[in-house]
Design a protein around this ligand. Structure first.
Ligand SMILES: CC(C)(COP(=O)(O)OP(=O)(O)OC[C@H]1O[C@@H](n2cnc3c(N)ncnc32)[C@H](O)[C@@H]1OP(=O)(O)O)[C@@H](O)C(=O)NCCC(=O)NCCS
Length: 138
């Protein structure tokens, strides 16, 4: 059974402006440790790819925050919601800290997809109940 859905469109130019203004501090606020490693590597090789990576993560985290119905409110935080990758390249949400505990206590599972093109990055998240039984309250 579906618990929630969330979507977000992110203007890549806004992310560029924040990076220009705040430098790596902005990336450190938004990205989990694992994401930060990937962002730094991509940025070192090709800054545009780093920027796009950051924009899609930003958008996926906002979409996730909507899908769980909290927005950017505790226990939802930027850094506790990591968008990792499976070996196939498929993005997957990995949670940390209080957010992980909250999410697991509700018996939820997340699905995410991201995309970007020129000036925009977009994401869509679906949250489902794991092992939902008809008699369970929503
Ligand atoms: C959800 C949130 C991350 C989206 O912010 P944003 O990127 O500025 O705005 P977007 O245009 O992407 O999305 C806005 C839409 O998110 C949806 N939304 C807002 N809060 C939501 C929530 N708790 N759960 C799910 N969806 C939510 C609404 O549909 C809203 O559109 P609407 O106001 O026209 O109905 C942000 O609003 C948030 O963190 N809210 C929680 C904290 C908060 O409420 N702060 C203000 C205190 S008064």
């Amino acid at each position: 059974m579906i618990y929630g859905i969330g979507t977000d469109v992110c203007d890549v130019r806004r992310i560029r402006a924040s990076l220009d203004r705040h430098g790596e501090r902005f990336a450190r606020k938004v990205l989990a440790d694992g994401e930060l490693v990937t962002w730094r590597a991509r940025t070192a090789r090709w800054p545009e790819r780093g920027l796009r990576y950051l924009a899609t993560r930003f958008s996926a985290k906002e979409a996730f925050s909507k899908a769980i119905g909290l927005g950017m409110r505790m226990p939802m935080t930027w850094r506790n919601c990591e968008i990792a990758k499976l070996p196939t390249g498929q993005p997957v949400i990995v949670l940390h800290g209080q957010l992980k505990a909250w999410f697991e206590s509700k018996g939820l599972r997340a699905h995410v997809t991201v995309t970007d093109e020129t000036d925009y990055a977009a994401s869509f998240v679906v949250i489902e109940f794991v092992d939902y039984k008809k008699e369970d309250p929503p």
